[in-house]
Design a protein around this ligand. Structure first.
Ligand code: SF4
Length: 319
């Protein structure tokens, strides 16, 4: 028997989003003046980058092409993305690489803890790719990372931004038992847009995940976010607020969707700042403890300061 080994294209250059490569280009309107992105050039940015690279870590700030990276990294606020840089889902809005991920890095929990210590973070946000290939969706690895950070940095508060653990029984319980301070899971968009924006997910499953997290540990803060500009209607955003309040979610973030490439979902509309302010007022009136709603709001933007406000809001309620 002869085995022919292809030594030329054994490692072909692979597109970042192979499932999107054949799609027609999706054209978005020109960015308005209120969408501002600062070039990442500061000393603080360079220091943060060096610590991230030294510890071999992946950040969602880089992978998602976040427009706030210059501001956040200047203050040493980075959001670690664990379980690799390759996601098993292929959401139409997301810039994270898609495909079959590699095995988990068992040193990663300690590396995240070490980087948290070196950055001197009072509050850390840890997110991950979706790992539908793992029996527990990566829940044990997330829990191990929470415990490692807790051991290395006992005063640092921990916010975890999780996948939806669809069809992963017991995964949520594993993560909640590790006692993060904030359990965050983003809805991303209104239910009517799921099929074209987040086809691998189920809206009511995500709502139930958030509700169940709070039921399992009522001391947790729960948090969720959506992007606007994806074709949603205002009344649908208000319905999402009601659904999240029914699930006892504490903190809502709303930000403008930005298109990572022409192969991603188009921006259907740039929502003006005053509409974001309107959403914020309505959300507070519906009972959220914290709301962040602005064009540049991202789930982890100002997460540390917002966590302090969240604690104060809950304390004020119980007085
Ligand atoms: S907003 Fe979040 S994802 Fe974006 S740079 Fe800041 S910490 Fe990173």
């Amino acid at each position: 028997m002869v085995v022919v080994v292809d030594t030329v294209s054994a490692q072909p250059i692979r597109p970042r989003h192979p499932e999107k490569a054949a799609r027609p280009d999706a054209l978005s309107p020109k960015k308005p003046e209120w969408i501002r992105v600062r070039a990442p050039t500061s000393r603080g940015y360079a220091d943060t980058r060096a610590i991230v690279k030294e510890n071999g870590l992946v950040t969602v700030c880089e992978e998602a092409g976040c427009p706030n990276i210059g501001e956040c990294w200047d203050k040493k606020h980075a959001t670690f993305m664990i379980m690799g840089d390759t996601c098993t889902r292929a959401c139409a809005f997301c810039n994270v690489k898609t495909g079959m991920p590699e095995a988990l890095d068992l040193a990663e929990p300690d590396n995240v803890a070490e980087a948290t210590f070196k950055l001197g973070l009072k509050h850390i946000v840890i997110t991950s790719v979706d790992r539908d290939d793992l029996a527990d969706g990566g829940a044990a690895h997330i829990a191990a990372t929470i415990r490692a950070v807790r051991a290395r940095c006992p005063t640092t508060t921990i916010e975890i931004l999780t996948p939806d653990f669809l069809r992963k029984d017991g995964a949520l319980e594993t993560v909640v038992a590790a006692k993060p301070d904030v359990f965050n899971h983003n809805l991303e968009t209104v239910p009517s847009r799921y099929l074209s924006v987040r086809p691998g997910a189920r809206y009511f499953h995500s709502i139930r995940l958030l509700q169940r997290a709070k039921e399992l540990d009522p001391s947790l803060f729960t948090k969720s976010g959506i992007m606007v500009g994806l074709g949603e209607e205002r009344h649908e955003v208000l319905q999402v607020m009601d659904d999240l309040r029914s699930a006892d979610v504490d903190f809502l973030t709303i930000g403008q969707y930005l298109q990572p490439s022409l192969k991603h979902h188009a921006v259907m509309r740039f929502v003006p700042p005053e509409e974001f302010a309107g959403y914020e007022s309505v959300a507070y009136s519906k009972g959220f403890l914290m709301v962040s709603s602005s064009p540049m709001t991202r789930s982890s933007h100002h997460a540390g300061d917002n966590f302090t406000k969240l604690q104060a809001a809950r304390a004020a309620l119980s007085r």
